[in-house]
Design a protein around this ligand. Structure first.
Ligand SMILES: C/C(=C\CNc1ncnc2c1ncn2[C@@H]1O[C@H](COP(=O)(O)O)[C@@H](O)[C@H]1O)CO
Length: 261
């Protein structure tokens, strides 16, 4: 590294970006202001603590499915009832049901799950006061969206997505991207509410696929249904395939290890 460069972990800082002091200088030599306490590097510890608490809380969850959907859909609406149904059937099939812990579809899925199995809420701190919905058995309130999103993906074997707005679309497209890029494998994504999602699927095939922006196989990453039983069947089949693939991978690894010794 030349003299005009500065290395900070994996980052290279040159020219204007080069700091005028070192970490040691800032640690040992700075006096007075406590401003640094509010700066980003310090926040990393809070972020880290949130990961540790989340991993600790959910480590023994067992199999689980995350259910996403609008915070604004009210009890009594058909989508609320659908979410209650699918939450109940997933729990009866032995899956913990994880939601964002809020109102609307989240509350509906927790409500359906509650009498049959474990009902989980991963809430998010918002500018307005909002508690966990009344049907959450195991809950945690997160400060950071990205930490919370890691928990949904890490501790679920599938996502079920009901109609929603930006928050729901964000959660859906993150999951599709993770599956498409094989960061998570054998992970069913079920869209419930055919008339709501069909226009999006038409755009995905008619525009994204037609313009070569996704692979021809990609639209098949999404399953579409209005039937809670079919949604649960897709989840269970995906899970069984994942189990089979894991067994095959372990057999292959063991065979390779034996051959090497
Ligand atoms: C808007 C209202 C409450 C917001 N409360 C939320 N609590 C927990 N999780 C939330 C909340 N809002 C959004 N989310 C997450 O995004 C998805 C829903 O977002 P959408 O824009 O409503 O589709 C949901 O799955 C959550 O994970 C007023 O009551």
């Amino acid at each position: 590294m030349d003299e005009t460069s500065h290395r900070r972990g994996p980052a290279t800082l040159r020219g204007r970006a080069r700091p005028s002091t070192t970490h040691d200088q800032r640690l040992l030599d700075e006096r007075g202001s406590a401003e640094w306490l509010h700066k980003d590097p310090w926040r990393v510890l809070r972020i880290q603590a949130e990961f540790v608490e989340g991993f600790g809380l959910l480590a023994e969850l067992g199999r689980a499915v995350s259910v996403f959907g609008s915070a604004r859909i009210k009890p009594g609406s058909p989508y609320y009832e659908l979410a209650t149904e699918v939450g109940g059937r997933l729990a009866a099939a032995g899956y913990a049901v994880i939601t964002g812990g809020g109102p609307g579809i989240m509350e509906a899925a927790n409500k359906g799950a509650d009498p049959h199995g474990l009902s989980v809420g991963l809430g998010i701190e918002l500018p307005f006061e909002q508690g966990m919905n009344a049907f959450v058995d195991l809950g945690m309130q997160f400060r950071y969206f990205f930490v919370r999103k890691t928990m949904f993906v890490k501790y679920s074997q599938a996502f079920v997505v009901l109609p929603g707005g930006f928050g729901t679309l964000d959660e859906l497209f993150e999951a599709i991207t993770l599956v498409q890029t094989r960061k998570i494998t054998r992970f069913p994504i079920v869209l419930m509410g055919v008339s709501f999602w069909q226009p999006l699927l038409d755009w995905i095939t008619g525009t994204l696929q037609a313009e070569g922006l996704i692979s021809p196989d990609d639209p098949a990453l999404l399953h579409l249904t209005d039937d809670p039983d079919e949604a649960v069947r897709i989840v269970i089949e995906g899970h069984m395939n994942a189990g089979q693939a894991d067994i095959e991978a372990r057999v292959q690894a063991a065979t390779a290890e034996e051959a090497g010794t």
